[in-house]
Design a protein around this ligand. Sequence first.
Ligand code: NAD
Length: 311
Amino acid sequence: MKTALVTGAAGFIGSHLAEGLLDRGYRVRGVDTFETGTRQALEPLVDREGFSFAEVDIRDTAGVAAVVDGVDYVFHQAAVASVPRSIEEPVKATDINCTGTATVLDAARNADVDTVVVASSSAVYGSSEELPKVESMAVQPESPYALSKHYTEQLAVQCSELYDIDTVALRYFNVFGPRQDPEGEYAAVIPKFIELMVNGERPVIYGDGEQSRDFVFVEDVVRANVLAAEGDATGVAVNVAAGERITINELVARLNDVLGTDIEPKYDDPRPGDVRHSVADLELAQEALGYQPEVKFREGLEQTAEWFEEN
Ligand code: NAD
C-alpha cells in the first residue's frame, strides 16, 4: 500500500485529491493551515481508514520533514491560489508559494520520496493571444501568483535534475467541482454563478461574455495527479484541462439548462488584466501522462450544481 502526502488537503482540490487517493487504496496524510481551506472540506475524510491530518505550515521545515517521512508520493497543492490575492499580498503569496514549495521539495528529496507532483497554473501563460496554450510556448507571468507558479515548476524541474527524485508540475486550467468556494470577490466563476442562480439571482458578466475558458472537472485533475505520480514522467510541466473552450455566455446558458432556470446575466465593464481566451493543448498530457479528460462539461456541471443545491 502506497502512502501519499497531500499539502493543502483542506482546500478545494486537495480535499478531492485526498479522497480520490483513499478510494484508490492509498494511505493519505493531509496537511493544511486553514488559510483558505476549511474543516468542512475534511469532513468526508476524517473518519476514513488510512487518513490522517496535521495542521502544518508548508514553510515549517521540521513540521514538513516529520510528515514527509515514509511517504512514497507528495501531491503539493497548498498555496495562495488566487491572482488578485497575490496582487494584494505579494510578499505573503511569494513566501507561501515559493519558500513553501522549496521546503516541501527539499524535505521530499531528503526523505527519498519517489515522486513529487506540484500544482502549477495556466496563469503562467499570461495574456498572449496564441491558442491553444502549448507547454513549449514562452511563459509570460503577469502577477506575483503566476510568477510563483513559474518558480514552482522550475524548482520542481531543477530538483529532478539535481537530485534522485521524480517531479511533475501540472498546469491546471480552470478547475471546478463540488465544495469550491463561491464566496467573496476572489471566487471562481462557476461556484459563484451557481450560488447566485440557485437563489434566483442574476450573475454579473464582466465584458461581453464572449471571453472563454477551459473548464476542467476536479475528478479529471485528481486522475491527472495519480497518473503523474504513478507514471514515468519527470522534470516536465504539463497542461491539465478539458481541452475545450467555453464562453461565459455559454456557461450561463448551460447553467440555466442544468438548474432548470431562465436567468439573464447582467453585464458590467470588462476587468482590466482579464485574459480573453484560454484553451489547452493536451498532446503532452496524453504523451507524458496518458491523460485525457473523461468528464464531460455538462456532467461536471450537473454534479457541481447538485452539491450546491444540497448544501
Ligand atoms: P484552495 O485555496 O482551496 O487550496 C489551497 C490550500 O492551501 C488551502 O486549503 C489553504 O488553507 C492551504 N494553505 C495555504 N497556505 C498554506 C500553508 N502555508 N501551509 C499549509 N497549507 C496552506 O485552492 P485550490 O483551488 O484547491 O488550489 C489548489 C492548488 O491548485 C493551488 O496550488 C493552486 O494554485 C492550484 N490551481 C488551482 C486552480 C483552480 O482552478 N482552482 C487553477 C490552477 C492552479
